[in-house]
Design a binder for this molecule. Structure first.
Ligand SMILES: NC(=O)c1ccc[n+]([C@@H]2O[C@H](COP(=O)([O-])OP(=O)(O)OC[C@H]3O[C@@H](n4cnc5c(N)ncnc54)[C@H](O)[C@@H]3O)[C@@H](O)[C@H]2O)c1
Length: 169
């Protein structure tokens, strides 16, 4: 299977990319190296150094035609999300929507969305918290990181109805 890993030069994404390579998958990494490191990208991966919210995203998805996308690129600093909420929303919400939309347009069938549990579900009273638990961020970075969960759910319903797409996250 060919898998596109966004944020594949970061902490979680590079470990996911390594594991996918180990398991024999073809891996494509997209990362702007704003906090990630080039040396963390597995040598076997096809690497695109670019911003998720840049105008080439659609071209990459169209050209690579991945079977699945693991979306791990994110602006993860809570401090920055409070100081510059517009930038934070652009990366964590708008770029996520753009990626989901590019996947829908180019027939990607699986999309794994990753955020952080507290950001999406708040102080949930059910641990482990199931994906069906109501979203309830606590503000600041939580609002932004959880924010992509809303569009993700909308697309999940739409894709599942229209194209049989499986969205997890
Ligand atoms: N690290 C944890 O313990 C942890 C726990 C739970 C959830 N998560 C979630 O996993 C995801 C990844 O976290 P991480 O710890 O690996 O963060 P990280 O900062 O190490 O990795 C994020 C990667 O995204 C890249 N990136 C940022 N903005 C980009 C953009 N606009 N275009 C392209 N690439 C961009 C960065 O260069 C970096 O390589 C986040 O959504 C985070 O909330 C992390």
């Amino acid at each position: 299977m060919k898998v596109l890993v966004t944020g594949g030069a970061g902490f979680i994404g590079s470990n996911v990319a390594d594991r996918l390579v180990e398991e024999g998958h073809q891996v494509v990494v997209l990362d702007d190296l704003s906090s990630g490191k080039r040396e963390q990208v597995p040598a076997a991966a096809n690497f695109y150094q670019m911003e998720l919210d840049g105008r080439w995203l659609d071209r990459v998805v169209e050209r690579e035609k991945p079977d699945a996308v693991c979306h791990l690129a994110a602006q993860i600093s809570v401090r920055r999300s409070v100081e510059d909420p517009v930038f934070d929303a652009r990366v964590n919400i708008l770029a996520s929507i753009g990626l989901i939309e590019a996947c829908r347009l180019h027939g990607v069938k699986r999309f794994i969305f990753t955020s952080t549990g507290g950001a999406i579900y708040g102080d949930a009273d059910q641990i482990p918290t199931p994906e069906t638990y109501p979203a309830a961020g606590r503000g600041g970075g939580d609002l932004q990181q959880g924010g992509a969960g809303g569009p993700r759910r909308d697309h999940q319903r739409r894709w599942q109805a229209d194209a049989g797409l499986r969205v997890r996250g």
